[in-house]
Design a protein around this ligand. Structure first.
Ligand code: SME
Length: 158
């Protein structure tokens, strides 16, 4: 496993994803522990993109429970169907929210958060958690993030 990440700047978002994805693969290769892998994925994404908040919620019973993340402290439990995270879980679909104030039921863990993308983590056809990314800027996420973040969660194992 590499000790330092190669972080690229001043290149397109696509190139940033294409540079960090093989490094994420190398980071989690051979490590069977899910929490360890989620922690390194969150850290690698935070280092590359500097997002306000990036991390995972894990399905436990009828709730999502806060998992490994990078950023300010966050809500610990989210019910199925609640907020962007609970809706992504319920629908087993990626949700891109350009303006969180326009999303009915959005859960404001931090008032600075303005836009968000949530990607379900699916294992054996079942949603086992979600990857949540928050930005302090409106409309920060688009189809490019949708594609590459789905590629990244598909790599997650443990
Ligand atoms: N905003 C999310 C809650 C999680 S925090 O943003 C870290 C939601 O509405 O589900």
């Amino acid at each position: 496993m590499a000790e330092d990440l190669n972080i690229v700047t001043d290149v397109s978002k696509e190139v940033q994803y294409q540079t960090i994805i093989p490094q994420i693969e190398a980071l989690i290769a051979g490590e069977p522990d899910l929490i360890a892998n989620l922690a390194n994925v969150a850290a690698a994404l935070k280092q590359q993109f500097g997002w306000f908040w990036v991390g995972f919620y894990l399905v436990k019973g009828d709730e999502l429970v806060l998992g490994p993340f990078q950023g300010p402290v966050a809500c610990t439990r989210i019910k199925k169907g609640r907020g962007v995270c609970g809706s992504s879980w319920e629908q087993a679909a990626t949700l891109v929210v350009p303006d969180v104030d326009q999303f009915p039921g959005h859960i404001a863990c931090a008032s600075a958060s303005r836009s968000e993308i949530v990607v379900p983590v699916v294992k054996d056809g079942i949603v086992i958690g979600v990857l949540d990314v928050d930005s302090e800027y409106l409309s920060h996420f688009d189809a490019v993030d949708d594609i590459y973040l789905n590629e990244i969660v598909a790599l997650v194992h443990g």
